[in-house]
Design a protein around this ligand. Sequence first.
Ligand code: PRP
Ligand code: MN
Ligand code: MG
Length: 181
Amino acid sequence: MHNEIEKTLITEEDIQQKCQEIGEQLSKEYEGKFPLAVGVLKGALPFMSDVLRKMDIHVEMDFMDVSSYGNEMRSSGEVKIVKDLDTKVEGRDVIIIEDIIDSGLTLSYLVDLFKYRKANSIKIVTLLDKPEGRTVDIKADITGFSVPNEFVVGYGLDYQEKFRNLPYIGVLKPEVYGGDN
Ligand code: PRP
Ligand code: MN
Ligand code: MG
């Protein structure tokens, strides 16, 4: 599958270094607390797994799966819950973990939802940020890397459910997805 990648954008080493930094930062920020880490399926899985293993405090894990209505067009702005949390959010310090913020729709929906459910605090941690994709105003509290408006895959990010298992972030060759971004 590596021959379908045009170039490496972020190496495995740089990702792992970043996970270490973020894990240490979170351990400090939540010292004496028991935060609830919410991974957004499926893309957040590798990042969540690596970051949480760099933390040396107790942290609870749970997962949500949401999807935007109309898979090909994200502009509708509607998000539906495919799998909800098992955990009650009320009073909890929630850390939302994402692989990428693009339009911002997924995260703005989740932040609103957790506010509505009376979280004590909400923090957004994302490995990647694609600021040019933004249609709603939302910022992460912790961002690993900013990426250009290119078709990035790997380390959780997919093209048609492939490439999630790459250990690095790469740019897809245009011929793989058939043309323009
Ligand atoms: C991707 C990505 C983020 C979201 C970001 O997930 O993992 O969750 O889109 O886009 P947004 O900022 O425009 O909302 P996707 O819905 O493709 O599901 P997946 O994680 O299962 O690939
Ligand atoms: Mn996702
Ligand atoms: Mg996807």
